[in-house]
Design a protein around this ligand. Sequence first.
Ligand code: NDP
Ligand code: GDR
Length: 326
Amino acid sequence: MTKRALITGITGQDGSYLTELLLGKGYEVHGIIRRSSTFNTARIDHLYQDPHEKDQRLVLHYGDLTDSSRLVTLIEKVRPDEVYHLAAQSHVRVSFDEPEYTGNTTGVGTARLLEAIRMVGVDTRYYQASSSEMFGATPPPQDEDTPFYPRSPYGAAKVYGYWMARNYREAHGLFAVNGILFNHESPRRGETFVTRKIARAAARIKAGLEEHVFLGNLDAVRDWGYAPEYVEGMWRMLQADQPADYVLATGTATTVREFTQWCFERVGLDWEKHVRFDETYLRPTEVDALIGDASKAHRELGWKAQTMPEHLAHLMVDADLAALTS
Ligand code: NDP
Ligand code: GDR
């Protein structure tokens, strides 16, 4: 029997890699996309299948996390075996400018989707894209038992989503899991997240297209892994015998400064000559250090991060350089 998956946030970084993974495993994949005045499917265009073709295995549907009736009709129509809830206003800095919208999509949007699943009564497994940002001010290392202390409207909204997924598991018997994922990056990472911003700037400065890049806090410590490995972890969580919550992380600590240095070294440049400070990129409350302990995922799911941050920096710069010359 072909398995059917529904992915919210299919046009995002993780959605695109997860779609590739699931199509490769023979799934029929349904994705929710937002109506936009410009195309927003660049990350999945290479996977597009003409709806007029027979045996179409990738199907896109318009929908939005703020539209509960649409979520109900989509769950009813698709009747998925697995739901991967990845959609969110996912930018931490932006969440300070748009706290209400972030709460509505990232937080309450999760409740709408869970409630749609419950109302339709479909027998499905549910993945919740939880985040290391939920740990916020609690010092590292962080694992599944670490107390939450979110430091942004985004982090607070994700804590709500986490507990809603737990509650639907405990109250309604839904096979719901929280993947508590630490930062994971790739050449498909949005251009305003710091790793991609730096990698892209290093490539463009090398190519003579720009001279400087403006950054905020260089002292923040993050645990940066490679996104394709993390979507494999999401899938494994839904194949487990019992629903549970898992941290995915590399267990390594890197400052923004170190990541910047690696990217510029890759193209033979001195980062200090090209990086400028701009307070616009500071957050009113910062998360100083996130370093994950993913031993539970290793023990129970056989999952382990392979790509370490320095290699990640190199592959991202290489991809941005290649994109400039293609
Ligand atoms: P992206 O920002 O790349 O993608 C977000 C996706 O959500 C996009 O497809 C976007 O659509 C969609 N979306 C946003 N708002 C809505 C809405 N109102 N209705 C429907 N869809 C919407 O995120 P990532 O792929 O990096 O992350 C996936 C998930 O994992 C997110 O929930 C994120 O918060 C979480 N996460 C990410 C981590 C990371 O390091 N990448 C770590 C931990 C958690 P559009 O393309 O139209 O904007
Ligand atoms: P983060 O990622 O907030 O960890 O959230 P981001 O790349 O935005 O920031 C990482 C760190 O870099 C510092 N920083 C800057 N950040 C950005 N965006 N732009 C800058 O110019 C800049 N200069 C320094 C930040 O202050 C921060 O400390 C990501 C998102 O994918 C979330 O959705 C996800 O939940 C978490 O990772 C885990």
